[in-house]
Design a protein. Structure first.
Length: 409
C-alpha cells in the first residue's frame, strides 16, 4: 500500500456519491476511493435521491478510507422542474455551509458540474477558505441548454451564464473534461485565462461486465426476443438524447425482424411511451431502469447498442454508458455530431457506425445495412472489448486523476 500524504486534504464535492449508483455517483465514488489509497480524501455530498432514493444515509461516515459528509436538503421528485430547483437550492446552501466550515487553507477541491450550480457554490467557499479548486466538467453549460432547446445562444440568459462561467474559470486551478471535443470548446470559453485543461475519460467496469452468449441471456428470454435483431438503448432518456429519430425509424421498420428496446428513465420517457402507444409500435419495448448490478444481463441483451445525442452536443457531454457497452463487447450505433468524443471512439476502434441526429431516413437505411451484414458484428464486438480492456479501465483513469490533482512542487 502506498504511503498516505498528510500535506493537505483533497475534498470531492458532488451531489451524488455512495450509495448512489447513477453514473456521476458511481464515478465520483470510485475516484475518491482510488485516491484515498495514498492521501487524505473527504467528500461533501447530498443524501441519496436518484437510484438509492428513499434511503437515508448517515450524515457522517467513513467508507473505504473516505470521510463522507452528507448535506441536508429537500428530496422532492427531480422530474418535476420546480421541485428539482428547490432541491438544488437547499442542497447548495447546505453544501456551502459545510464547505466553509470544513475547508482549510491549502486544501484541494474537486467539484463536478452536476448540478450546474454546485461549482459556483464550491468556488465561493474555496475562495473564502483559501483552498484551490479543480473543475470536473461532465456537461458544459449553457451549451447543453441550447442543444436541449431550453435556451437560445443569442439570449440574455445565455450571456449571463457565460459571464458567471468566466468568473468560475478565472479562479479554477485546473479544468478536467471527459471528452476530447470538450477540450476545444472549453479552450474557447477560457481564452485568455491560461488555465490548464486535462482530458480524463470515464471508464468501463471491465471486472463486472463482459461479453456473454446471446442464447443464454435471461432478459431476451423474458421478453421473447431471441428471434429478433435487437437494438438496445440503455440509459437516461433526457432532453439531450435523440430518441425521436429512433422512433421515426421504428415506424419505417414495422415489418422487419428488428426490435428496439429502451431501458431507462428521464424527462423524455413520457413522450416515448405516448409515441409508441399512439403509433402501436410492436417493435419497440420500453422497460423501467434496472440496477447497476444487472448491467451484465441487460447490456448483453442486444445485437447492437444505441447511444444517441441531439444536435449541437459536440463538445458538450459524453455519454458514460458508452464504456460499459464496450466492456460487454457490443457494436455501437452512435447518433451524434461528427467529431464528438462518442464518434471518435466508434470510428477509431472500428466498432460501429455514426449517423448525425435528426436524420431518420439515413438511420433507417443504415439499420437495414447493419442487419444485412450481421456477420460483421462479432469482430466489432471483439474490438469493443479490447478497447475497454486496453484504454478505458478504472486503473488508468484514477492514475490520471492522481497526477492531475497532486500538489504542485
Amino acid at each position: 500500500m502506498k504511503q498516505r500524504s498528510n500535506s493537505s486534504t483533497l475534498w470531492i464535492i458532488s451531489e451524488l456519491y455512495y450509495p448512489e449508483e447513477t453514473s456521476t455517483g458511481y464515478y465520483l465514488t470510485r475516484i475518491a476511493e482510488g485516491l484515498a489509497e495514498d492521501e487524505c480524501v473527504k467528500v461533501i455530498c447530498g443524501q441519496p435521491n436518484y437510484s438509492a432514493r428513499g434511503k437515508t444515509s448517515p450524515t457522517f461516515e467513513i467508507h473505504k478510507k473516505v470521510e463522507i459528509y452528507r448535506a441536508a436538503s429537500t428530496r422532492l421528485d427531480k422530474n418535476v422542474v420546480p421541485f428539482r430547483l428547490l432541491n438544488m437550492l437547499t442542497l447548495g446552501i447546505s453544501i456551502f455551509i459545510k464547505a466553509v466550515r470544513h475547508f482549510r487553507k491549502g486544501d484541494r477541491v474537486l467539484v463536478v458540474t452536476t448540478p450546474p450550480t454546485l461549482p459556483f457554490i464550491t468556488a465561493l467557499a474555496s475562495l473564502i477558505r483559501g483552498s484551490s479548486f479543480t473543475l470536473l466538467i461532465h456537461d458544459n453549460y449553457p451549451e447543453i441548454l441550447v442543444a436541449a432547446g431550453k435556451m437560445r445562444e443569442d439570449s440574455f440568459g445565455f450571456q449571463v451564464l457565460e459571464f458567471f462561467n468566466r468568473w468560475l474559470f478565472k479562479y479554477a486551478s485546473k479544468i478536467i473534461v471527459v471528452g476530447r471535443d470538450m477540450i476545444e470548446l472549453v479552450s474557447k470559453k477560457t481564452e485568455g485565462l491560461d488555465i490548464p485543461i486535462s482530458f480524463i475519460s470515464n471508464w468501463a467496469e471491465t471486472e463486472n461486465i463482459s461479453p456473454a452468449l446471446r442464447e443464454q441471456n435471461l432478459l431476451l428470454e423474458e421478453l421473447s426476443l431471441r428471434d429478433k435483431f435487437v437494438f438496445l438503448y440503455a440509459g437516461n432518456i433526457g432532453y439531450p438524447n435523440d430518441v425521436e429519430s429512433i422512433i421515426n425509424c421504428a415506424k419505417m421498420l414495422r415489418n422487419e425482424p428488428v426490435q428496439f428496446v429502451f431501458l431507462g428513465a428521464g424527462v423524455k420517457r413520457k413522450w416515448l411511451v405516448n409515441a409508441v402507444t399512439e403509433e402501436d409500435l410492436d417493435n419497440v419495448t420500453i422497460l423501467d431502469p434496472r440496477p447497476r448490478s444487472e448491467q451484465q444481463i441487460f447490456l448483453n441483451a442486444c445485437d447492437v447498442a444505441l447511444v444517441s445525442l441531439v444536435a449541437q452536443m459536440w463538445g458538450v457531454s459524453m455519454p458514460s454508458r458508452t464504456y460499459n457497452i464496450l466492456s460487454a463487447g457490443k457494436p455501437i450505433l452512435a447518433i451524434t455530431d461528427a467529431g464528438s468524443e462518442l464518434a471518435q471512439i466508434v470510428e477509431e476502434e472500428n466498432i460501429g457506425w455514426v449517423v448525425r441526429p435528426n436524420d431518420s431516413k439515413k438511420l433507417h437505411s443504415l439499420i437495414r445495412r447493419i442487419y444485412s451484414k450481421k456477420q460483421e458484428l462479432e469482430q466489432m464486438g471483439e474490438r469493443s472489448r479490447i478497447a475497454a480492456m486496453n484504454k478505458y479501465t478504472e486503473k488508468i483513469a484514477v492514475e490520471k486523476y492522481r497526477e492531475a490533482l497532486k500538489m504542485k512542487d
